[in-house]
Each structure stands twice: as C-alpha cells, then as structure tokens.
Ligand binder design. Structure first.
Ligand code: TYM
Length: 327
C-alpha cells in the first residue's frame, strides 16, 4: 500500500518559485511512490477579501500550473476544495473540539491579522481548522509543505489526537514533511522576508509565468551584500537565498557550486542564475500554454480528481458524525 499524501495551495495571487521549490516540485518528484491528493483551497482564499471574477480564473490557473509542473492524473487527484462540502462540514465539527488557546498560538494568524487589520474575519482565525479538516478527511499519512505551514499541520495532528482521545480511534494522525533545502525561499528585494503571494514588493517574487526578461531583471536587482565570496553562508541571507535557488534548479551539490564560483563576482553569478531559472521554467510555461488552450480541459481533469476521492471524504465525515452522535 502506498502512503497517502495530501497537500494544498491557495488560488490567490500568482504562484511563485517559493511555492514551486518549497512544495509543488517535491509533490512531482515523489508522485510515483505515493498516493497523492492535491487540493486547490478556494475556501481558504476567501478568508481575506477576493474579487469573485478573479478568484474563479485563478483557481483554473493554479490547476493548470500544477499539471504543467508535472502532476499527472494517473498518480494524483487534483480537486477544488469547495467542490467537496465535507471540508466545510468537518471544519464545523472540529471547531467544536478545538480549544481557543491552541488557535491563539497560530503565528500566521498573528501576521495576517496585522496586515489585514480592518477586515480580520472569523474565517481567517479559523483557517487552521479548515486546513486540519482538509488533511484529516483523507486518512493522510504525509503532508509535504514549506516551513510556513508546519505549525498548521502540527495543529491538525493535535486536533486528530484530541478527537481520538475523546471518541476512540477515528482520525489518522498525519506526519509533516518539510524539504531539507528550499523550505523557505526568501524575497529577492528583501531576503529577510519570505517570498510570498500576498506581499509582493516590486522585485520580491519570481512568478512561474514571468517572462524571461522579468526574471532576468528581478535577479539582476536582487539584494546581496558588499562581500564577494559566493558561499552558502546563512549569515548572508541574500546570496545564500540565490544559491539555494541555483542549487535546486541545477541539481548540483553545494561543494561543486562553491568551487565553480570561487573567485568570481556576484554579477556573473546572477547572470547565470537568471538563465538557469529561465530555462528551468520554460518547459512548465509551454506546457501551461498547451494545457490551457482548451478552456474545458482543466475542468475535466479537476472533475475526474474530485470523483475519485469523494468517497474517502464522505466515509470519514460519516464516521466522525457517528462518533459525535449527530444525525
Ligand atoms: P500556500 O498557498 O501559501 O502555499 C502553497 C505551498 O507553498 C509553500 N510556500 C513556500 N515554500 C518555500 N518558500 C516560500 N517562500 C513559500 N511560500 C509558500 C507553502 O508552505 C505551501 O506548502 N494553508 C496552505 C494551503 C493548505 C494546505 C492544506 C496545505 C490548505 N489546506 C492542507 C497542506 C495541507 C497555504 O496557504 O499554502
């Protein structure tokens, strides 16, 4: 039996190389050994304000990008969260068994509620419980995410354990996996800030659909430091972040990379890095254009994914309702 993987991505903003290197690429690399479910989390997206027309378009765009990056329907089910009502229903039930104290510790809520001060909704606070419901509905063994989602997956584990403690074994307790390299890709203009869909200062983020010229100019302007050595040195976050991106796109080892750039300058390194990223994204960009040429194709893949996994979600929800005494 293959282990079951579940992970999700928000259809807000544009997908960037942080999402790709921290998550999507790893989903693709381990796809064959695992039983995979990937969710486009539109219910999470509406925890902050969205333009309805844009959101609908972005949902299909993210799906197109996942398939273009190499997710295939033979190994993986990709679906839209709101198409399976069990996500919302299980969230409500889990809400009733999640202590407020656990929720108040969530660091992403603290950051996001600072950013969206005037419009902090109950939904934004409850976001981690919805995420727990996503994961727990599918008897998930592993949840591969970037570092920023680790605390949320740990909360999902705590919620499952608490539910099982109260009602007896019902929910599988998942493991979180974070990549050794690339778990936190930083902003190009400010390497102390995470590369993020929601906080795009000019030149901070390289999007998967950026043109070659945009990629070149963003990398050229990336913040480094006044030193010269090109080394994986975490005390120099700018050059270190660029080296991590180089490492992941080229597949070269760290010693080899440092030897290759010994005695050379940041300018030459940035020029080569830009070409490596342009070439690395080019196959994905052309597959994306092919896949989205027929506007109904992506929807048909999503419907197929949804049909395959719906029975798993319904079975878990029925078991939970039964344990709690509903119906
Ligand atoms: P989201 O949409 O913000 O990001 C999708 C994935 O990309 C990773 N990521 C990064 N990795 C490295 N460096 C970065 N700068 C970077 N930025 C983002 C994220 O860690 C994530 O793995 N709440 C989730 C979506 C979600 C989910 C789930 C995930 C909803 N339900 C259930 C796993 C399981 C989110 O907003 O991801």
């Amino acid at each position: 039996m293959k282990k079951r993987v579940f992970s999700g991505i928000q259809p807000t903003g544009d997908i960037h190389i942080g999402n790709y290197l921290g998550a999507i690429r790893n989903w693709v690399l381990s796809q064959v050994e695992l039983d995979n479910i990937f969710c486009i989390v539109d219910l999470h997206a509406i925890t902050v304000s969205q333009d309805p027309g844009v959101l609908k378009v972005k949902i299909r765009e993210v799906a197109g990008l996942l398939f273009a990056a190499g997710i295939n329907t033979a190994e993986s089910a990709v679906f839209i969260q709101s198409h399976i009502p069990a996500h919302s229903e299980l969230t409500w039930i889990l809400n009733c068994f999640t202590p407020m104290g656990w929720m108040r510790r969530m660091t992403q809520f603290k950051e996001k509620s600072q950013r969206h001060k005037e419009e902090v909704s109950v939904g934004l606070f409850d976001y981690p419980v919805l995420m727990a419901a996503d994961i727990l509905l599918y008897d998930t063994d592993v949840v591969p995410v970037g570092e920023d989602q680790k605390q949320h997956v740990e909360l999902a584990r705590d919620i499952a354990q608490r539910f099982n403690f109260i009602f007896g074994e019902t929910l599988k307790v998942p493991e979180v996996t974070i990549p050794e390299v690339g778990a936190r890709i930083m902003g190009l203009d400010d390497p102390t800030q995470k590369m993020s869909k929601s906080e795009d200062g000019p030149g901070r983020v390289i999007y998967l659909l950026d043109s070659p010229d945009d990629i070149r100019s963003k990398i050229k302007r990336a913040t480094t430091d006044s030193r010269r050595e090109i080394r994986f040195d975490e005390s120099r976050p700018g050059i270190c972040n660029l080296l991590v991106i180089y490492e992941l796109f080229t597949g070269l080892g760290r010693t080899e990379i440092e030897a290759r750039w010994e005695g050379k300058g940041y300018g030459d390194f940035k020029r080569e890095l830009a070409e490596v990223v342009v070439e690395g994204l080019s196959p994905l960009q052309s597959r994306y254009r092919e896949l989205t040429a027929d506007s109904t194709y992506i929807d048909s893949l999503l419907a197929e994914g949804m049909r395959r996994i719906l029975p798993i979600a319904e079975k878990t929800l029925a078991a939970v309702k039964d344990k709690v005494g509903l119906g």
